[in-house]
Write a protein that binds this ligand. Structure first.
Ligand SMILES: [Mn+2]
Length: 461
């Protein structure tokens, strides 16, 4: 584990050898104990001081800390034929102990910043790493204006981050010529500029799957309406022939009970015209996939997804892919939960925002690694656990969780992760689903203590 996390910082260039070395020590320390405060995670006072001095060092650019991980992520991407670049925003709330220079979230008394993450994920949801990060925040004066900047060029709007994310996906497409790159995002990113850029022929373009927010106009006039009335996309897709009926399992959320939903699936190509005020952009032709629940509960939780995509939709398999890729977007929600609930990054207390960003750079890599281990153990259960854990780590976990003599051969990854998750509160009954990231981060945290005890008091080999 400790060795693994440092590999993500290989080749780091902070302009000073001691800083490079320190960055690896910090990653190792925080990774071993992701949810602890910096003080508790650091070994002793001198370590703590050095860590704070590192976060304090203005010469250290938080982007530089993430750069080797981004490179490693790109290398992992090249081994896959399709990679989704999933982008999404989460708020990091520091109202309880704001930094001196903290700006606000959606209210003047809520301090913190928004984290916008670009996650590289395979279609079967293996998270390959953080491909990029943007931050933004608001000033009390700018509140309320966020949504009323209709006339501004997109570069000056908060929504610019989504277009930027699509551009990052295109850059990665150019760098990974053997891999199909698909940019995936939710309704907030339903932005015409993305669709217009995707049509450009210069350079390699990423595909996209974006959930539609607003209905849009086609260039065809509506003969029933007035002279400026155009046919709507939604009506056109709803009218298109039914392609499939599918039953899916919906899991429980705060708003809805778990249920089986029967979905009608339609898919068709549409042409849309640029929105009002952006008529300088060309019209766009792309595909739409509509999923609508039949006989839903009608309590506002009925499934109605309109997906916009450049991917083909001729066959049912192709339509299914569009849906699967969108559903894989959920990985970024799990990643944010790991970062906030698992690593408790909102509890970090640092005096300035640049310091906070340096610290967050490490936690972004750590949260990714927790997801990666979780997925790896589910999909490569037979891999020897020593590929990702040190001897003293798996042995101490074995003694504490299995309560049997240590075997000669190390357990496989699935067995090790189950033991680890059991330390984190996972019950391991036959009917339980495999352990999730929550139990695994709890287990990792306890493992750090047992492993330290093992090194101090365990058998000397
Ligand atoms: Mn979102």
């Amino acid at each position: 584990m400790s060795e693994g996390i440092c590999r993500e910082l290989d080749g780091i260039q902070l302009g000073d050898k001691r800083l490079n070395r320190r960055s690896k020590l910090i990653a190792e320390t925080l990774a071993a104990n992701p949810a602890a405060s910096i003080n508790a995670a650091c070994d002793g006072w001198s370590d703590t001081l050095a860590t704070y001095r590192f976060f304090d060092n203005e010469a250290v650019d938080p982007e530089q800390i993430l750069l080797p991980h981004r490179e490693a992520t790109r290398r992992r991407m090249q081994a896959h034929s399709v990679v989704l670049i999933v982008q999404d925003t989460t708020e990091l709330d520091y109202s309880k102990h704001p930094a001196k220079d903290a700006k606000c979230l959606n209210a003047a008394d809520r301090f913190g910043l928004y984290l916008h993450t670009h996650l590289a994920v395979t279609p079967n949801r293996l998270c390959l790493g953080v491909a990029g990060t943007d931050y933004f925040d608001r000033t009390p004066e700018s509140l309320g204006q966020a949504n009323s900047r209709v006339g501004l060029p997109i570069e000056q709007k908060e929504s610019f981050r989504w277009l930027n994310g699509y551009r990052l996906a295109c850059e990665l497409a150019a760098k990974c010529p053997q891999t199909q790159i698909v940019s995936v995002s939710d309704r907030e990113s339903d932005i015409y500029e993305i669709f217009a850029e995707a049509q450009q022929t210069e350079g390699r373009r990423a595909d996209y799957v974006v959930r539609a927010k607003d209905d849009r106009c086609t260039p065809q006039r509506d003969s029933d309406g007035g002279p400026y009335s155009f046919l709507k996309v939604m009506a056109e897709v709803s009218r298109s022939p039914l392609r499939a009926i599918q039953t899916i399992e919906l899991s429980q959320t705060p708003k809805r009970a778990a249920r089986q939903a029967v979905l009608e699936i339609r898919a068709t190509q549409v042409t849309i015209k640029p929105p009002h005020g952006r008529s300088y952009l060309p019209s766009v032709t792309h595909n739409m996939v509509l999923l609508e629940e039949v006989n839903g509960p009608g309590d506002g939780t009925d499934v109605s997804w309109m997906l916009t995509t450049t991917l083909p939709i001729e066959t049912l398999d192709q339509i299914q892919k569009v849906v699967d890729y969108y559903v894989a977007r959920w990985t970024v929600e799990v990643y944010f939960r790991t970062l906030k609930t698992g690593c408790q990054v909102e509890e970090i207390q640092l005096e300035t925002t640049p310091r906070l960003k340096r610290c967050l750079a490490f936690y972004q890599i750590i949260a990714w690694r927790i997801l990666y281990l979780t997925h790896l153990s589910r999909n490569h259960p037979k891999m020897p656990c020593t590929e990702v854990f040190d001897d003293f780590e798996w042995k101490s976990v074995w003694v504490m969780a299995a309560q049997k003599p240590i075997p000669d051969k190390p357990p496989n990854l699935a067995k090790m992760m189950t033991l680890l998750a059991q330390l984190g509160g996972y019950n391991n009954r036959a009917s339980d689903p495999p352990p999730g990231p929550q139990a695994i981060w709890c287990g990792l945290r306890r493992m750090a203590d047992f492993a330290a005890a093992w090194l101090a008091f365990g058998p000397k080999e």
